[in-house]
Write a protein that binds this ligand. Structure first.
Ligand SMILES: [Zn+2]
Length: 264
């Protein structure tokens, strides 16, 4: 890992730095299709550059993620679970005992399954038993539209389900994601890659002040741009602090003031 890729260059930052940032959505690894990379060194530099105190990281290779979270302060893992992969449940359960793994990431679009596939249900039960959340890519047909993920959330009202990208790029899906989070107390929204800053304020108004959290989707999206999108969304300082840090802290660590995960 020596060549510099575009995602590795950190731009200069101007403007008011937020008091704290917890990033709910970060990828680590090499992504040739996108021509970007995030390795342990880049992650460490990104945390320092943007004042990120904690970041949730993931990659289909969970053992690689374990190496990253073991070596980078502030890095926490979400287990990438793919029900088509043999032994996925056993691997997830083993990693849940690692103090730095705080939940699960699902990508039903890339991995080709319905979010409410019965093969996932034992995993969801394990998450509920540990009070850990699941972050699910949300915003593309056929498997990741908000209404498909809602089927899982309705089947498991005690599961904490985060709609990653809160519908992503299309207004129909963004509004759908907000609708789903409004009518299901156990559904949360994460802001990465969703282009409409005003929808963040609308989401807070409609789904509640604890249920919307910042994420960047780094290295595919630039962290500073994603933070700025929240900053210009029209929220007051207290609510900004909630979306940029406290809400993710509350959901992943069980305490909005916590600096480390509570013992589970
Ligand atoms: Zn992502």
């Amino acid at each position: 890992m020596s060549a510099e890729l575009p995602g590795m260059k950190l731009p200069s930052v101007t403007g008011i730095a937020p008091a704290d940032v917890v990033d709910a959505h970060m990828h680590v690894g090499d992504f040739p299709l996108f021509n970007v990379r995030m390795d342990a060194d880049t992650l460490r530099a990104t945390f320092a550059h943007y004042g990120i105190s904690a970041g949730m990281v993931f990659h289909p290779d969970n053992q690689y993620v374990r190496e990253v979270v073991d070596s980078v302060d502030g890095a926490y893992g979400l287990v990438w679970a793919n029900p088509h992969r043999e032994g996925f449940l056993e691997e997830a359960v083993e990693l849940f005992d690692h103090p730095r793994f705080l939940g699960v990431k699902l990508h039903p679009l890339l991995d080709a399954y319905h979010p409410n596939d019965p093969a996932l249900h034992p995993l969801i039960q394990e998450l509920i038993a540990r009070d850990m959340p699941v972050l699910i890519h949300c915003g593309h047909p056929i498997f990741t539209l908000p209404w498909s993920i809602e089927e899982l959330a309705v089947s498991f009202p005690d599961a904490k389900v985060i709609l990653g990208h809160m519908g992503h790029g299309n207004i129909v899906y963004i509004n759908g994601a907000i609708d789903v989070a409004q009518r299901n107390a156990n559904v949360y929204l994460e802001t990465s890659g969703m282009p409409m800053h005003t929808k963040i304020t609308e989401a807070i108004d409609r789904v509640g002040e604890h249920k919307v959290m910042y994420g960047s989707d780094a290295p595919f999206h630039e962290v500073g741009v994603e933070i700025r999108k929240v900053q210009v969304s029209g929220l007051g300082p207290e609510m900004l602090d909630r979306v940029l840090a406290k809400n993710a802290r509350l959901l992943f660590f069980g305490d909005e003031e916590a600096s480390a995960p509570v013992h589970r």
